[in-house]
Design a protein around this ligand. Structure first.
Ligand code: NAP
Length: 248
């Protein structure tokens, strides 16, 4: 369990949900981890405490991924604290389904700002510090394969992320930097509980459509990310990898 030894990672939106699980898993594999949060400092502190209790190294850093100065200072803390940067996981994201008639500028801007502008700013700030063997992993979604009704804005953000992943794999590949996306199906998280998805008809529908017969848990996604971050995936770039129990 030390295939990420000597690597330094930033995981955005790691105070809870999928990001917290990814931060814990990367640390368990030996990486030093910058645990980013926007509003939940206590959540991020708990993730750091758990990592340290297990013998790992981590630091919690607040930064809103939609703000360039905050993103630049997030990257600077990683370099100042741990000396270099090898893994960037763009996980921060929000989802708000709505009928097309309910589209507002605010609904559009909030989701596109956090889900698309955020990963672009983070990748842009990190890129000058990344070298051969480094890896960027974008957390997209299997909505870009199943296209649920009433998700035009959210699915639009993740479609952009799939495209951006491939673009950046071409742009950064010549420098030895790999860029991939992991596209989860429905995962039980604080976010999906807060959105009322857990226990809803959408959950039941997902279970029925998923070959493996259940929705996902954070532990189903984190190992895919740690594989992509590792040198085992050294010949894998520009891939959009579904982590959805076969639902497509
Ligand atoms: P979650 O439980 O709601 O957690 C979201 C995380 O994003 C939190 O740590 C939150 O930080 C952070 N965040 C929100 N706005 C931010 C900002 N402006 N700057 C920095 N961080 C910000 O969400 P989740 O369910 O784990 O989802 C995580 C990612 O997986 C998202 O990109 C989502 O689209 C994707 N995904 C989720 C599912 C699913 O079913 N859960 C399926 C497919 C894809 P604070 O709490 O500190 O504010």
């Amino acid at each position: 369990m030390n295939k990420l030894k000597d690597k330094v990672a930033i995981v955005t939106g790691a105070s809870k949900g999928i990001g917290a699980g990814i931060a814990r898993r990367l640390a368990a594999e030996g990486a030093k981890v910058v645990v980013n949060y926007a509003s939940s400092k206590s959540g991020a502190d708990k993730v750091v405490a758990d990592i340290e209790a297990a013998g790992g190294s981590a630091v919690a850093v607040g930064a809103d991924v939609t703000r360039k100065e905050e993103v630049e200072s997030l990257v600077k803390v990683a370099i100042d604290h741990f000396g270099h940067l090898d893994i960037v996981v763009n996980n921060s994201g929000i989802y708000q389904f709505a009928r097309i008639e309910e589209t507002t500028e605010a609904l559009y801007r909030k989701q596109f700002d956090i889900n698309v502008l955020g990963p672009l700013l983070v990748a842009g700030a990190a890129a000058p510090h990344l070298g051969k063997g480094a890896s960027i992993i974008n957390i997209s979604s299997n909505v870009t394969r199943i296209h649920p009704a009433e998700s035009a804005i959210y699915t639009g953000t993740k479609g952009a992320i799939d495209a951006i992943t491939v673009v950046l794999s071409r742009e950064l590949g010549p420098r030895g930097i790999r860029v991939n996306a992991v596209n989860p199906g429905l995962i039980e998280t604080e976010g999906t509980h807060a959105a009322g998805v857990m226990g809803s008809e959408f959950q039941t529908w997902n279970e029925g459509q998923t070959p493996l017969g259940r929705i996902g848990q954070v532990r189903d996604i984190a190992p895919i990310v740690s594989y992509l971050a590792s040198d085992d995936a050294g010949w894998v770039t520009g891939e959009i990898i579904l982590g959805s129990g076969g639902m497509r």
